[in-house]
Design a binder for this molecule. Structure first.
Ligand code: HEM
Length: 122
């Protein structure tokens, strides 16, 4: 059985989604401040890692990495559930814009949702 990542189109689908997702996140005044200090190359890498992970594809990230990678944002910048909701909404609208069906979108959202407690250091 092929993975969700393969079903969505693998690496090509991730690359197509990165541009749209990135644009949506940085245009959102409620969350863009979190990304302002991060350099462009790391940002692109982050977006790709984020989407590969959300697509259920190959990645080297663990809960521990997610917790440690976002802890400074929770501690110093007040990252919370409300910001997480915005990111989920951008993920959803990015996939809808790419013509991904509702069933697959929901599977992607479920994977992203599964990282919530780690990302928010709960
Ligand atoms: C859906 C859950 C999330 C996932 C799967 C995720 C994934 C990731 C990954 C994989 C990285 C590390 C990239 C790297 O260093 O190579 C990262 C870093 C980062 N994430 Fe997330 N993320 C999530 C939620 C969020 C939210 C809600 C925000 C803010 C609104 C956010 C903001 C950031 C920032 C600013 C960095 C870079 C931190 C730094 O380098 O100082 N993330 N994320």
């Amino acid at each position: 059985m092929s993975s969700l990542y393969d079903t969505l189109g693998g690496d090509a689908a991730v690359n197509a989604a990165v541009d749209i997702f990135y644009r949506r996140v940085l245009a959102d005044s409620y969350v863009k401040r979190f990304f302002e200090g991060v350099d462009m190359e790391r940002q692109a890498g982050k977006q790709k890692a984020f989407l590969t992970m959300a697509f259920g594809g190959p990645n080297n990230y663990t809960g521990k990495d997610m917790r440690e990678g976002h802890r400074h944002l929770v501690k110093n910048m007040g990252l919370d559930d409300s910001h997480f909701e915005h990111i989920l909404a951008h993920l959803r609208s990015t996939l809808a814009e790419l013509g991904v069906g509702e069933d697959l979108i929901q599977q992607v959202i479920d994977i992203a949702e599964s990282t919530r407690n780690d990302v928010l250091d709960k």
